[in-house]
Design a protein around this ligand. Structure first.
Ligand SMILES: [Fe+2]
Length: 287
């Protein structure tokens, strides 16, 4: 599809688009924003290169997609003047999580997973630190008719505690915090129940909605059936044809649609990497 307000370079058949001809430090017209929104729906993730914007401008741009998620929900340090912004900063003295990332959808362990994310690259290491996204509509549509019929109508539990438990992330549970801390953390993460095949609220397209990081059990299945099917789907979703891998440049600003996508942040660098993240509130997933 072509747009009047900018050039869109499609980065892989499944997803990913680089937009040229938009300066986010300037006010956007409604026409420009409508086309940006359209490009996001078409490509799942869009990237604007060479953007020189302030935190206020990033917040203003993010707000055009929806309300930022209350900052208390995420565990990242916040920008002092703009509490909507999470500061994602790593270097050799504070390396990315040693557990590696897992494929995930942001905040999927909540009743309302986020609509999307606006991520601004402030400083990027010379190599490493790429992000990979998966288009879950493409993945769903590539299943066989028989497998689509099998997964349609299923519901699954998403447990945010799984990637943040005392076993997976012991550094978050130091002895001085005591056993109540673990119990309180566990109580915070009540698993959310979502459809395995989600209908996108704007496009009406169907896509898979499970991820290896948090999807823990398929409702009404035998435990072995659930484990078997989820393992199959997690493996299937690693198919390279469904993804786009982005090599960041400083001053890239990416927006992705979190409603039918997965992403994976590579933790393969030790040089300084600084990102400013804003997540947008989403709605209750429907089948
Ligand atoms: Fe994420």
């Amino acid at each position: 599809m072509s747009y009047e307000s900018f050039d869109l370079h499609e980065m892989s058949p499944a997803c990913g688009g680089i937009i040229e001809g938009i300066d986010l430090s300037k006010d956007l017209t409604n026409r420009q924003f409508d086309e940006i929104h359209e490009a996001l729906l078409e490509r799942t993730v869009i990237v604007f290169r060479d953007q020189d914007i302030t935190p206020d401008q990033q917040v203003a741009f993010a707000r055009r997609f929806g309300e930022p998620q209350p900052s208390a929900v995420s565990g990242f340090e916040k920008s002092k003047d703009n509490p909507e912004i999470d500061i994602l900063e790593y270097d050799a003295s504070n390396p990315p999580h040693v557990t590696r990332d897992l494929w995930h959808t942001d905040f999927v362990g909540t009743e309302r997973p986020t609509m999307g994310t606006v991520l601004y690259a402030k400083d990027i290491p010379p190599q490493g630190g790429d992000t990979v996204w998966v288009n879950m509509v493409a993945a769903y549509e590539a299943l066989s008719d028989r497998m689509r019929a099998h997964v349609d109508g299923l519901w699954a539990y998403h447990d945010s505690y799984q990637p943040y438990s005392e076993f997976v992330r012991p550094e978050m549970y130091t002895a001085d915090k005591g056993t109540d801390y673990i119990r309180d953390k566990r109580a915070q993460y009540v698993p959310a129940l979502h459809p395995v095949v989600r209908v996108h609220p704007v496009t009406g397209k169907k896509g898979l909605f499970v991820n290896e990081s948090m999807t823990s059990f398929i409702k009404d299945m035998d435990r072995r059936e659930s484990d078997f099917l989820l393992r199959y789907l997690f493996d299937y979703l690693r198919t390279p044809e469904f993804n786009y891998r982005h090599k960041w440049q400083t001053n890239d600003l990416a927006v992705w649609d979190n409603r039918l996508s997965l992403h994976y942040a590579l933790f393969d660098y030790t040089d300084h990497r600084l990102m400013h993240r804003i997540v947008i509130q989403g709605d209750v997933p429907h089948e």
